[in-house]
Design a protein around this ligand. Sequence first.
Ligand code: AMP
Length: 360
Amino acid sequence: MKVAVIGAGQLGRMLALAGYPLGLSFEFYDRTADTPGGQVGPIVSGEFDDLARLEQLARRADVVTFDWENVPVSSLEPLVRHAPVYPQPAALAVAQDRLLEKTLFRDLGIPTPPFAPVDLRQDLEAAVTRIGLPGILKTRRFGYDGKGQARIRTRADIATAWTALGGEPLIYEGFVRFSRELSLIGARSSRGEVAFYPLADNVHAHGILSVTRAPVRSAPLQRAAQRHMRAILDHFGYVGVLAIEFFVERGRLVANEMAPRVHNSGHWTIEGAETSQFENHLRAILGLPLGSTAARGYAAMQNFVGRLPARAAALAVPGLHLHDYSKREARPGRKLGHATVVAGSARAREAALRRLQRLR
Ligand code: AMP
């Protein structure tokens, strides 16, 4: 069976690496061939709005998926005539727009930070008055890893935030004084089977995920997160892996965003769970039985952003699993790889993580 993957970044690469043992084949699509995915499978290069080329790709595939959230929905919708496209373009359309996303959360009874759409400067003034300070002004589209955001602490910050972001569709959100950030990853197969991983705890640096620890052992939070995710899965009749990022505020989950794809905070599942998020995404979109999502121990994942440790030094750390995405260029803020450690207890995990972090 052949899976077409639109976008050939590290997520697509790890998807293929998980699929080869199952006997699957892959074909990637991206702007250039020299990509992490293109190094592990055949790749067609073309623009993301080149419908003729994308349709040819879909005709050769049993299923189409994507590893990049900014693939135009209008490029995916016509492909369903040739092969199923999972996750469904309708779910991607919502995830691409922070206003649609938060509105859906609210409609499904999932708590969110207070929010208001902002198109004009006077909308921002009104939103700050209604929601209060501090808050964050964000672009509705194309924001990721903290990009396209401006903090507003006092009314004096309104002008600077407006100069930085004004002119595109925006959303103003009340600032959540969270104690931690958690994410839930789940999967729903095309046959309707659903599975959830244990919650993961995420620490960000400069708006980019730095460390994930899993499992988070909290039955009430796990139950609440699963209830919220199930509402979204049911709403779309969703197929594939879905991630939701939550803040924990006074013991309660507040949803920040969802990602209709495998997610950086799920990389720990490659070695830390019975079945990785990548394998379960493939099982889900191909209508195969989902694999167990149980944790194998206590895992920590450290992202390597901007710089990779020396390979020999990393591999000298006992129990360390290295993932080098083989990107040609190291740039500040670019995710180049990650490493995972899995231990028998939370305390042993912390010791292993400290050894791993000394590499940097
Ligand atoms: P995002 O691009 O929405 O995932 O935001 C990146 C990071 O900014 C999040 O992981 C949080 O650490 C922080 N952040 C985003 N929105 C809020 C909010 N409403 N309140 C507090 N922190 C936020």
